[in-house]
Write a protein of this length. Sequence first.
Lengths: 113, 116
Amino acid sequence: KAGVTQTPRYLIKTRGQQVTLSCSPISGHRSVSWYQQTPGQGLQFLFEYFSETQRNKGNFPGRFSGRQFSNSRSEMNVSTLELGDSALYLCASMGAGPPYEQYFGPGTRLTVT
Amino acid sequence: AQKVTQAQTEISVVEKEDVTLDCVYETRDTTYYLFWYKQPPSGELVFLIRRNSFDEQNEISGRYSWNFQKSTSSFNFTITASQVVDSAVYFCALSEAKAAGNKLTFGGGTRVLVKP
């Protein structure tokens, strides 16, 4: 099976712009989660989508949003970018039911200047 | 609220030495899952092992082993006979077993440097 794929791998944006990141889960996985990784805050959960519905959300401002399509692919959007949004954004997919192992993609490295 | 603490920020060893990574967690749930992930320089998080809260049996998988002790809320991980390729950041993570929604709570990570 192909693993989780994320596009683009690297992105440079300017403050105030918006950005959309994409994630394709492992075939058959319906749950997609997003995480932000920064040197200061570590790995933090953003949100999880399952069957096109957001079913769990972390403590991030409303500028961070996401969606999931019928084929389970997911997109994450960040509007009005701030310097502090520079991070590695990781997407993870998971199969149904326990044991809740999440498989991660290679991440998108976002730099905001 | 869940919390995972990895007190060791960095460990340096010489190849073939054993490495033990400490992890302490907090959760109010009685059913939960614990994980170890490895993050090599490429950035991708690689799943290593998982343990259910209701199974305290410790196991060995190849060069990896883990020691899960519910009484002390610890889930330590050992790499036996370390190799240079084991150099990476290792994360301990906790997931509560809820029907609606899942999220991983990660520790701060431990950087392991294996020198030849």
